[in-house]
Write a protein that binds this ligand. Structure first.
Ligand SMILES: *Cc1c(COP(=O)(O)O)cnc(C)c1O
Length: 409
């Protein structure tokens, strides 16, 4: 088993180590929850103060033009595109992941009529399933949601499948689906594909264009470090843009918003998927997180993410603790998190947080540990497993205060 001194040596030779000083993390905390809310980049707070004082405070309404606020959704979208293998003009920052899902799913279902099935995976993130269910109701049940085991997706795509809706990395166990193979399979059978990249963007290489993906959405506040409730993004492949009708036909998706015409006409490109006025403060915070990621080579991020995950698994297994591994053992099959299962998972996470190691819990029994290679160190992993071992050996979790559920777990 790796010693702490060996973990320190790994940190010393880590090419991504210099990035950690660009984040503001509290002293003495091991933060393994960047898959739920990314850490704060130092640049963000300065940039926001600047933005508020200089741009909003001084330029006022003129800021829309002098500071180009209106083009931010597209500009930051293009930057995110570089992280997910998308050429310019296909990614837009807007709304939340849930709303973007609704926008793209609705367009896909309409385009694919009379095909009527939205095919997704069992255990997909709840909002993905809820949005599909809501769309089914809104359509008067012209379309419906069907879910299958992730291993059976390809076999389940048939002539009724309008769109395949999948999350690349499963939020509950970190398992990663094969984007290239499943996308090809959907296309062979005439279905469109929509990938949710909430746990992919900024965490691992994604190649949307190379895989010929049709549609995607993703999250700004996880690995992109955009801040709590950061706006999300959507991707629509060039070829599909002219054919996909925007579902939320707001004024900023109009061909000429400032003509104030009475009737809706969609903009020509990706901007047609804008709805209302973008949140400029949040967009700029997101841009800070994305800019930092763009400075790091994505293959180095992936390499370190897997090394951190492998180390975590090795140390937990070596400590012979009473956990079942919920994530795939082989790195190739994982995203950037490792999950363990234990019937007392919630209380164990609370006891760990008391020791300064922050992971999270997902019902019914999953302990999640996310790895953000720009600010997590090898020694963080070592210290986290040492804390976990202490919590388990002394049954520190077995206290009433650790059993009471908080509103956000
Ligand atoms: C985090 C997450 C979301 C978040 O959706 P919001 O609309 O931002 O709340 C959506 N899908 C998946 C798979 C997620 O992990």
């Amino acid at each position: 088993m790796l010693s702490r001194a060996e973990a320190l040596a790994l940190d010393a030779s880590d090419p991504l180590a210099p990035f950690s000083k660009h984040f503001l993390l509290p002293q003495g905390i091991v933060y393994l929850d960047g898959n739920s809310l990314g850490a704060l980049p130092l640049a963000t707070s300065d940039r926001l103060v600047q933005l508020v004082r200089k741009q909003w405070g001084e330029a006022l309404i003129g800021g829309w033009t002098t500071h180009d606020w209106l083009t931010l959704p597209r500009r930051v979208g293009d930057k995110i595109g570089r992280l997910i293998g998308a050429d310019t003009g296909q990614v837009l920052v807007a709304d939340s992941t849930s709303i973007n899902l609704l926008k793209l799913l609705a367009g896909a279902v309409e385009l694919q009529a009379p095909r009527s099935v939205i095919l997704s995976q069992d255990g997909n993130f709840p909002t993905d399933l809820y949005i599909a269910q809501g769309l089914a109701a809104l359509s008067g049940h012209r379309c419906r949601l069907r879910t299958v085991n992730p291993s059976e997706i390809c076999a389940a795509i048939d002539a009724e499948t309008a769109v395949v809706l999948l999350t690349e990395v499963d939020y509950r166990n970190g398992a990663r689906l094969d984007m290239a193979a499943i996308t090809a399979c959907a296309h062979e059978r005439g279905a469109l594909i929509l990938w949710d990249l909430a746990h992919s963007a900024g965490a691992l290489p994604v190649a949307l264009d190379a895989c010929a993906v049709d549609l995607a959405v993703g999250c700004g506040y996880k690995y992109l470090n955009g801040g709590p409730g950061a706006p999300a993004f959507l991707y629509v492949a060039h070829a599909l843009q002219p054919r996909l009708r925007p579902f939320l036909t707001g004024w900023l998706g109009h061909a000429e918003p400032f003509a104030f015409e009475a009737d809706y006409r969609p903009a020509a490109g990706i901007e047609r998927f804008l709805c209302g006025t973008p949140s400029i403060l949040s967009l700029v915070a997101l841009e800070c997180g994305v800019d930092l990621l763009l400075e790091a080579p994505m293959d180095a991020i992936r390499h370190k993410s897997l090394a951190l995950g492998d180390l975590f698994i090795d140390l937990v297994e070596g400590a012979r603790l009473d956990f079942a591994l919920a994530s795939p053992r082989e790195g190739e099959g994982r995203g950037s998190q490792v999950c363990l299962r234990h019937p007392q998972g919630y209380a164990i996470i609370q006891a760990l947080i008391r020791r300064g190691v922050i992971g999270d819990f997902r019902s019914p029994d999953v302990l999640r540990f996310g790895f953000a290679p720009l600010y997590n160190r090898y020694t963080d992993i070592w210290d986290a497993v040492a804390a976990l071992t202490a919590v388990m050996d002394a049954a520190e979790w077995d206290r009433p205060e650790f059993m009471r559920r908080q509103s956000v777990t």
